[in-house]
Structure formats: C-alpha cells, structure tokens
Design a protein around this ligand. Structure first.
Ligand code: TXA
Ligand code: MG
Length: 320
C-alpha cells in the first residue's frame, strides 16, 4: 500500500468513510484514526500498529456536546470537560452501547477526548462519526510528534497521513477518571494534578498497582527507544559508563566529554518546551550509534510529571 503525506481534509475524510485508517495530527501526538463505530475500521487500527487486542482506544470527538452520545457524563466530569476541552485531557467514562466493544477492548468504560488541532477539528466536523485513535506508532515505540515520524513507523500499512505540522504539546493526553471522592489520574500529560484538583474540588489519586494497570496501555515498559536508557544522577552515570558512546538528555545543562553528546530539551529551562522536544529527541538519538542514553530527573511540577513518567517507561525496557 502506498502511503501519502498531505493536507487534504477531503481525502482523509474519504478514506475514513471507506473504513480505512488515516494518521491525524493532534496537539499532543499524532493519532492513527478510524471510524470508532465500525468494527472493520477499528480492527485495521489494531493491525497496523500491531497493538494487543486487550488495549482499548481513545475516541476523539469534535466537541463536548458529542460526549453524551457515547458516554455517561457526570457533573464533575462535565466540569473538567468544560475547563479543559478541547485540549490534552482524556476522560474515562461509563460507555454507552453506541460504542462497539472492540473499540474499548470489551471494557464498560470509554476514554474520550476533544483534540485541539484545527485540521483535525475540521476533519471531525466533516464526518458523521467519532474517530478511535491511539498514538500513530508501532505498538511499544515512541509516539510520533511529526508526520515524518508516522511515515517512518507505518508507511506501507496506512494510505494517508494528514500533516498538521509538529505537535504543540508533544506528550500524550492526561487520562483522568472521576471517582466518588477523588480523581484517578491514569496517565500524566498536558493537564496537571493541580489543574484537575482546582476545577473538580477533589483530590487526585494515582492508581497503585502498575503490574495490572487499569488502563492497559500503561504497562511499565513503553515508549521505548532501541538504545538502552538509564536515568539518575548524570555526572555519576557518566563515570560508570566512561568507555561508552553516551547521549545525555538533560533539562538545560550541557555535559562535556569526548564520548558525550548533550541534548538539552530546553536551554532556557521551559518545561513545556522540554516536553515538546522529548520524543523527537529520543528518535534523533535512536537513529545515531550511541551505546547508551543517560537522562536527568526533571522538575515534577506541571508537565514535568509527564516528562518523568515517559522517561521512566523508556528506561523500564532496558531493565527487562
Ligand atoms: O494524546 C493522546 O491521548 C493520543 C492522541 C492521538 O489523542 N492518544 C493516545 O492513545 O495516546 P494511546 O492508545 O496510545 O493511549 C491510550 C491509553 C492507553 O493506555 C489505553 O490503555 C488507555 O488510554 N485507554 C483507552 N481506553 C480505555 C478504556 N476504555 N479503559 C481504560 N483505559 C483506556
Ligand atoms: Mg500510545
């Protein structure tokens, strides 16, 4: 199959109407989209990504008004939706029967979000169905933040990539679920804990047992580059790996040495910029012949929590 990269919304819509899958830009990462209400289209998403069938997909809709077609929306979830959608928040909600079981991998809950990207907004408004879309990477690899990343991983497997330029946030959406007296934070992302607490008036809790995640995609090892990655106190790690060709991922500091190349994610110390650069930098390093990637811990405020989470998952692969 030939894979075209383009900006033609009509063409993207016409593939989707024929139950084909199309990569779409969002503000977080690129998604691999198909008609969320058609088993055939959803099955093609799982196949193209080589995604395990037990891992459910997020449904993308054009606006908050569309959510109740597919899910029950309680009062606090509705408040979070008004505050943060369109935007990098996914809500986990009780599913309505309009959503086929294959889309949620048999779960009675459905994950829904409203992407904040003009091309994809226009696309969603031009079709009559919601889009199921996981990140547009082969299962287990780093999420794509540019159309060319999608092409590298999925060319030959999908007919069209809608090119909306580089993504503005660069890490996947926050996934939250409103509980009786708390908010469950299933995945950190562009909306942070404090923002969720401020709007909901409820404390945020992190699901504990990661070995059996409630969001099956949150397996400990994920988002992994092929090059081994270690996180910690970088000066000490450099000593321990003195004979290796090292790439360092830092917030803004430069590390020097003849076997070291530094990749500061934001030289002026901006966490949003660092988040935005993380995946593209991991891909760049992975394409070069480094023996090891050493990474700093980032400040934990705001989107820093998501940066630390993604670097941690990139590292877990090495430990296995
Ligand atoms: O930013 C994003 O959310 C991107 C863009 C494309 O929208 N999408 C994305 O999708 O990151 P994906 O499939 O790579 O990650 C979705 C996560 C997975 O961990 C999956 O297990 C979880 O959401 N999830 C989806 N539906 C669920 C459900 N019904 N119950 C529990 N977890 C669910
Ligand atoms: Mg993913």
């Amino acid at each position: 199959m030939q894979t075209i990269i383009g900006t033609d919304i009509q063409e993207a819509a016409s593939f989707l109407e024929r139950d084909e899958v199309v990569a779409i830009p969002t503000e977080t990462v690129y998604g691999l989209a198909g008609n969320a209400l058609h088993d055939i289209a959803v099955a093609k998403i799982y196949a193209a990504k080589n995604r395990p069938a037990f891992n459910p997909l997020i449904i993308h809709v054009s606006g908050i008004d569309q959510i109740t077609k597919y899910a029950e929306l309680d009062e606090i979830s509705a408040k979070l939706a008004s505050a943060f959608m369109p935007g990098p928040l996914t809500l986990l909600l009780p599913k309505k029967t309009t959503v086929p079981d294959i889309t949620t991998a048999g779960s009675s809950k459905v994950a829904i979000r409203v992407p904040n990207h003009s091309l994809t907004q226009e696309l969603l408004r031009s079709i009559s169905f919601p889009l199921a879309a996981p990140s547009a990477n082969p299962s287990g690899y780093i999420s794509p933040t540019m159309a060319t990343h999608v092409y590298q991983g999925l060319h030959g497997k999908i007919p069209y990539i809608l090119d909306g330029g580089p993504t503005t946030i660069g890490v996947e959406s926050t996934i939250a679920e409103v509980g009786t007296d708390h908010i469950l934070l299933h995945r950190t992302g562009g909306i942070d804990e404090l923002q969720l607490e401020a709007i909901s008036g409820l404390p945020v809790r992190i699901p504990q047992d990661e070995a059996i995640p409630e969001t099956p995609g949150q397996l400990k090892s994920h988002y992994a580059p092929h090059t081994p990655l270690l996180r910690g106190e970088v000066d000490r790690l450099i000593q321990a790996h003195a004979n290796k060709k090292i790439a360092v991922i830092s917030f803004s500091k430069m590390y020097a040495g003849k076997n070291i190349t530094s990749y500061p994610l934001s030289t002026n110390g901006s966490l949003p910029e660092a988040a935005n650069q993380l995946f593209a930098t991991l891909r760049k390093i992975d394409a070069l012949a480094f023996d090891i990637i050493l990474a700093e811990y980032f400040p934990t405020e705001g989107i820093g929590a998501a940066i630390n989470d993604r670097i941690g998952r990139a590292q877990a692969e090495y430990r296995r």
